[in-house]
Design a protein around this ligand. Structure first.
Ligand SMILES: [Zn+2]
Ligand SMILES: [Zn+2]
Length: 186
């Protein structure tokens, strides 16, 4: 893999960033076969997985974008970043977290049909945030735990077993009819 120059300097990069996460690659004026490495600090994305809200512990993520110009006005991209994703523990619904590393690539060639057109590139503007959100969603495991030894919830009262004493137990049977009887005898 060619080692592309780390471009551009911070001032030029500021001009290229149309907003927080849209980068105008046309401003790099790269010729076919040339490429550049962009190190960006972008707001970390939030997303929904399995019906639950997930977010990153970091407010901003350091993202490395490698963009290179391919033949026929095409582009090849790679992004690489790391995040600590926070979401509910799948066993007890307590606060869980997992380290996620993302490294993914996209290629695009104008007029190459749907398969060759990246959904994240429009008029040479790369939507890094959407790409980050989608790839983070794909890379995050559906099973996040609060602790590897999480024992989940008590099947009788639904409390987190980690919050309960070791000898936590219920008188059985825990049946509403017994409750009614107990009320009568009180
Ligand atoms: Zn848990
Ligand atoms: Zn219980």
């Amino acid at each position: 893999m060619t080692n592309w120059p780390v471009l551009p300097d911070a001032a030029t990069l500021g001009a290229m960033q149309l907003d927080d996460s849209q980068v105008d690659l046309g401003a790099l004026s790269l010729s076919s076969g040339a490429g550049a490495v962009l190190n960006l600090e972008l707001p970390s994305p939030a997303f929904t997985l399995g019906g639950f809200d997930h977010r990153c512990r970091e407010e901003h993520l350091s993202v490395r974008v490698v963009a290179s110009r391919t033949v026929g006005d095409g582009w090849a991209f790679r992004i690489k970043f790391h995040a600590h994703v926070l979401g509910p523990c799948t066993r007890c619904l307590g606060d869980g977290g997992v380290e996620v590393s993302v490294e993914t690539r996209e290629a695009t060639r104008p007029g190459g049909g749907e398969d060759l057109e990246s959904p994240y590139l429009k008029d040479d503007v790369l939507d890094v945030e959407s790409w980050m959100r989608d790839s983070l969603l794909l890379a995050t495991p559906t099973a996040i735990l609060c602790d590897p030894s999480c024992k989940g919830l008590c099947p009788d009262c639904g409390e987190r077993l980690a919050d309960l004493p070791e000898d936590h137990a219920h008188e059985r049977p825990l049946d509403p009819r017994w409750d009614a009887l107990r009320r009568l005898s009180d």
